[in-house]
Ligand binder design. Sequence first.
Ligand code: XMP
Ligand code: MG
Length: 180
Amino acid sequence: MQTTLKLQDKEFVPYISEKEITEKIKLLAEQLKKDYEGKRPLFIAILNGSFMFAAALFKELEIEAEISFIKLASYKGTRSTGHVITAIGLDADVTNRHVIILEDIIDTGKTLYTFLPQLYNQHPASLKVAVLLDKPEPRKFDVPVDYVCFTIPNKFVLGFGLDFDGFGRNTKEIFQLKEE
Ligand code: XMP
Ligand code: MG
């Protein structure tokens, strides 16, 4: 277990332990098994931040399922730029598929608000959103969040795939920006 983590001039303190993360992801996998058994769902993970969440969840998932990836980005440093770009597009056909989006964190909601209509246009059989972290306070765009591992206050977090300007993703636990 790491204690504090320093990146540039910022200090981060431990917030959610590896054990808590593992337990919540197992529970989510069990729930998804109940909801999607026999439906052969297609998971779409949003890179970069969700890569660890997606991997951890997919390993626990005991049903027949596919996974694909899309790369969207809206963040610079510790703030959302409000501008979402698609860096790598979707290669899977979602028509008539049961689709579950995997996202590391929902903040303003802009990323999903931009991306979800693109998927609805392709007529999936169903479309749900599963997130590791939900930060409801800064929400500006109304998006559905169907499965949530942790609801957190409006503080910047990193680790377990989440970054600060590209760094800090490589931890087993989640850290929170230290109060000044
Ligand atoms: P929006 O505002 O589009 O944000 O819902 C979603 C994306 O913003 C990033 N994000 C964070 N990244 N710590 C991070 O490392 C945070 O506290 C944080 N809040 C938002 C993230 O990439 C997410 O996909
Ligand atoms: Mg992200």
